[in-house]
Design a protein around this ligand. Structure first.
Ligand code: PMP
Length: 429
């Protein structure tokens, strides 16, 4: 019976039952982690052959004859730019291959805007105020970057097809201190939604009071489909071409990496932008480095080869992680049917976004931690960690084994039930 229909006494009894179950879980001294979107070691094994593509006896030469052991080639090897262009849905000439992290390219880009401005605009640090649009729920590490520069972050609700565009258009049209927006267009972190073509067109064409308004288009999950059927796989209209057609050629900066394709932290990352913005980025980059790791670029090209190679490889990831998502969905469905909790069922990406009744997220995370299950901090998907309803929890099912995931979910469901009953009782008091 739904908790909302139960008598106070029945609810109290249900609470006692769940509390003693939690007690029993606590005695098992579990140590489980559903906090971060990391691949499992079985997923990492899929890329071990990447390490064999270069040994002391193989050749180290790129297709243009570059000796990859040596300095140079700031924009990246031509074949690596071609490979990353397939992820970025752009022309290789618009692509720059950086180091091991797309997040660090995003950070550096904003640091450059902050210190030097862009395409002749005033450095942002000289302005009295800089604001940034943050679709929520969103990615905590994006928000940490804009927070670190002291930008005022404006939360914008994210719905099933992207940010609330009526609100975005209104905000950017007459406030020139709003300098940009974070976007994760495909299988968004953490809600799993994918932007509609209409959203892309509106972002590209909207009138912005700030001439140097930038869309940071983070396509971290562009090939991370959970299901095979190609007709249901998400493919988002390209923001750069759409911006160009709308007369805003410099608005979009796109990012991707192989972090969740090969090895997180040991992959390759890239950005795409207009020729002028890319040249500006390269000019700053060239002060910072003589060039990135071309041996790793070569390894990635030899291992992944092209878009088809990436798709084949990603279907192996999907075969490993899809059962984990399905396990979470079926356990939540069975375990929480008496509550008002909801959760997402994304077609790709790395997360399930759980929503409990108002005021329960912190409590669930705290209870789970007491029983040895680490979850993403409540509030993490919001700027400054503040979820106004204290309702959302990001679940990351990829890292644990299926057995571990099952144990973690049993604890999670028990904690969610306790928090829901407590919230219902508090409401009645
Ligand atoms: N962007 C998003 C949306 C992510 O979810 C992640 C990883 N969790 C990253 C970027 C990090 O990417 P990288 O390893 O290339 O820095």
């Amino acid at each position: 019976m739904p908790y909302t229909d139960m008598t106070d006494v029945a609810l109290q009894n249900a609470l006692v039952t769940q509390q003693s179950r939690l007690q029993a879980f606590t005695q098992r001294e579990l140590s489980l982690n559903m906090a971060r979107g990391k691949p499992s070691s079985a997923q990492l094994d899929l890329s071990l052959a990447l390490l064999d593509t270069l040994s002391s006896t193989s050749d180290y030469y790129a297709e243009d004859g570059t000796d990859c052991r040596n300095y140079g080639v700031l924009y990246g090897l031509p074949e690596a730019r071609r490979l990353m262009a397939t992820l970025l849905d752009d022309d290789p000439e618009h692509v720059l291959v950086g180091g091991n992290s797309s997040l660090s390219i995003m950070y550096d880009l904003l640091a450059e805007f902050w210190l030097f401005g862009t395409l002749g605009s005033a450095p942002w640090n000289t302005l009295p105020k800089v604001k940034w649009l943050c679709p929520v729920p969103g990615y905590d590490r994006h928000f940490a970057i804009t927070e670190s520069f002291g930008m005022e972050m404006i939360p914008v609700p994210l719905s099933d097809d992207g940010p609330d565009m009526d609100l975005v258009e209104t905000l950017v049209s007459d406030d020139d201190t709003i300098k940009g927006i974070w976007c994760v267009p495909t299988y968004s972190n953490p809600s799993g939604i994918t932007y509609s073509d209409d959203t892309v067109r509106r972002l590209a064409a909207m009138k912005c009071a700030a001439e140097d308004f930038r869309i940071l288009w983070d396509n971290a999950y562009c090939v991370h489909h959970l299901f095979d059927e190609t007709d249901t796989q998400e493919h988002v209209l390209d923001i750069a071409r759409t911006c160009l057609q709308a007369g805003n050629p410099h608005r979009a900066c796109k990012f991707a990496s192989t972090s969740k394709i090969t090895f997180p932290g040991a992959g390759i990352a890239a950005m795409a932008a207009s020729e002028q913005v890319l040249a500006e980025v390269a000019s700053h980059m060239g002060v910072r480095t003589i060039g990135y790791d071309k041996l790793n670029q070569l390894r990635h090209v030899r291992f992944l080869q092209d878009a088809h190679g990436i798709a084949t490889h990603m279907s192996k990831h999907a075969a490993l992680i899809r059962p984990k998502f399905e396990l979470v969905w079926s356990m939540l469905e069975n375990g929480l049917k008496d509550t008002d909790c909801t959760w997402t069922k994304p077609r790709g990406g790395y997360f399930i976004l759980f929503q409990g009744p108002q005021g329960t997220a912190h409590r669930i995370v705290e209870l789970a931690a007491s029983a040895g299950v680490k979850l993403t901090a409540a509030g993490a998907p919001f700027p400054l960690g503040i979820d106004p309803n204290d309702a959302f929890i990001r679940l990351a099912p990829t890292l644990p084994t299926e057995d571990e995931l099952k144990s973690a979910l049993e604890v999670f469901i028990c904690c969610a039930q306790i928090a829901c009953i407590e919230a219902e009782l508090a409401q009645r008091a």
